[in-house]
Design a protein. Structure first.
Length: 491
């Protein structure tokens, strides 16, 4: 699972009991422990994307990005059953291992049925596809989609019923296999080899998880119905969230074709790690927040979550990501000069990742308070804004940077809406002002990054150093609040 996973997909669950985790461990220790592994995972996936871009070239890498878009939407064919399975497995006695009613086995059986059906349809369609590129993508989809669906099921089971350490090791190990397999086979067979490497990496990860995960598919209509009653509403939220995360890419693919999408997807690969920390924190804290909502009430749980995780993240991370975005220019220009047109959009992707990180964390509080039904509406409004601004940017000749700015605006709107919802649920006064102050560092950093890029448009190290100096100077007005947030995080 990448850092750019759908923000509303895994969060929108009823509040289940907390998983038994060492309560004595502070949030910072737990986050750091998982962050080391998750950071390695995201780094490996980012390297895979960057090296595939160099190996395949913009046009073929755009086709790879299109395949990954297809697979994101194919995962929705499971109708949210993995989300229902999470809740079922968190219930006492939820595994019911060894019976035909085992929710894990029933979920696996359904995922195999749907995945094999989609793969068969793609394989049949590949024989009547109008071009060789589309035929190759359809066959790559058929090869990789089933293994990815079952691997995702294994991750769910391992995280809920296993240990965080084991889950993290599986993530990192599978990412390493994806990197090695996709690159090795792509060097021999090009895009087709990259697709084969993706499928083989998923199968290898699944084989590693087999000792801890039930891989016996079962069929029990009553259990399946219960899982889908939990999962289908969440699948609708996932659909809207997936559309939001991919709308800019679909617009670019339709407007400029595979080559333009290849540049844009490369920019996204460079900035992949920008959302990783939020996913790390979410993985660590979501069971705590859900458990607090049951034991102390939703208002107290939301307030604690805002203070411990959401607000420190929103205030501390954007300045760091903004600085990283300004370093991207010379790194790409020196290492992969053919992708220099992607640099301006990559800079904004870093800050857009911070916005989606806020969405991921704030959604946990909203769901703990039972407010998840509002999230798809907010995501739909953000989606409409993203599409409208993306089309306008391309029509006005603003290119990839304009589309990235449109995506950032949509993500910012969603972050503001969910933050406002959670602040109000927490019973805090002056809710709009609190939200504005929480998002001010993100907006400020984005504006300063764009300004610095305009002042020093070249991508050489000297220009980057001057841009960083201007960036640091213009961040001084918001610097005083950092010390308090750092102290909060340490506690």
């Amino acid at each position: 699972m990448s850092a750019t996973e759908v923000p509303l997909a895994g969060a929108a669950l009823p509040a289940p009991p907390a998983i038994a985790e060492p309560a004595s461990r502070g949030l910072l220790r737990r986050v750091v422990a998982y962050a080391l592994s998750r950071g390695a995972t995201e780094g490996l996936l980012a390297v895979r994307g960057i090296l595939l871009a160099a190996l395949l070239g913009p046009a073929a890498f755009g086709s790879w990005a299109l395949l990954r878009l297809w697979m994101r939407f194919a995962s929705l064919g499971g109708l949210g059953i993995n989300r229902g399975l999470e809740f079922e497995l968190l219930e006492p006695g939820g595994t019911r291992a060894g019976t035909c009613r085992s929710p894990a086995g029933v979920a696996l059986g359904f995922l195999l049925l749907v995945g094999c059906g989609l793969a068969a349809a793609a394989l049949v369609a590949s024989f009547v596809a109008p071009s060789a590129d589309i035929r190759l993508l359809l066959r790559g989809f058929a090869a990789a989609s089933v293994s990815e669906a079952v691997y995702g099921y294994a991750l769910v089971c391992l995280r809920v019923r296993g240990s965080l350490r084991r889950y993290a090791a599986l993530e990192a190990g599978t990412a390493a296999l994806h990197l090695v397999g996709a690159l090795a086979l792509a060097r021999i067979w090009g895009l087709g080899g990259a697709c084969a490497g993706l499928a083989l990496g998923n199968l290898a990860g699944l084989a590693a998880a087999a000792r801890w995960v039930d891989l016996r598919p079962r069929w029990h209509p009553e259990t399946l119905g219960r899982l889908l009653r939990l999962g289908v509403p969440l699948a609708l939220a996932s659909l809207v969230g997936t559309l939001l995360l991919t709308a800019d890419r679909w617009v670019i693919a339709g407007w400029g074709g595979a080559t333009m999408l290849g540049y844009y997807a490369f920019a996204g690969s460079v900035a992949t790690a920008s959302t990783a920390l939020a996913l790390v924190i979410r993985t660590v804290v979501f069971t705590d927040v859900y458990g607090d909502a049951q034991s102390t009430g939703s208002a107290a749980a939301v307030r604690g979550h805002l203070d411990r995780a959401v607000l420190p993240f929103a205030r501390l991370l954007p300045p760091v990501l903004g600085a990283c975005s300004l370093v991207v220019g010379p790194v790409v220009a020196i290492g992969m000069p053919g992708y220099a047109p992607a640099i301006p959009s990559a800079r904004l992707f870093f800050l857009g990742g911070a916005a989606m990180g806020i969405v991921n964390l704030a959604s946990v509080g909203a769901v703990a308070a039972g407010l998840q039904r509002r999230l798809p509406l907010y995501a739909g409004l953000a989606l409409a804004l993203t599409i409208a601004l993306s089309m306008s940017a391309l029509g006005a000749g603003l290119g990839l940077e304009g589309v990235a700015a449109a995506s950032f605006a949509g993500h910012l709107l969603l972050a503001a809406a969910i933050l406002l919802l959670t602040v109000r649920e927490g019973g805090l006064d002056r809710a709009r002002r609190r939200v504005a102050m929480a998002l001010l560092p993100l907006v400020w950093c984005a504006g300063v990054v764009v300004l610095a890029g305009r002042l020093f448009p070249d991508y050489d190290p000297g220009s980057a150093a001057l841009a960083l100096a201007v960036y640091a100077a213009l961040l001084l007005p918001i610097a005083p609040a950092w010390r308090a947030e750092l102290q909060r995080v340490r506690r």
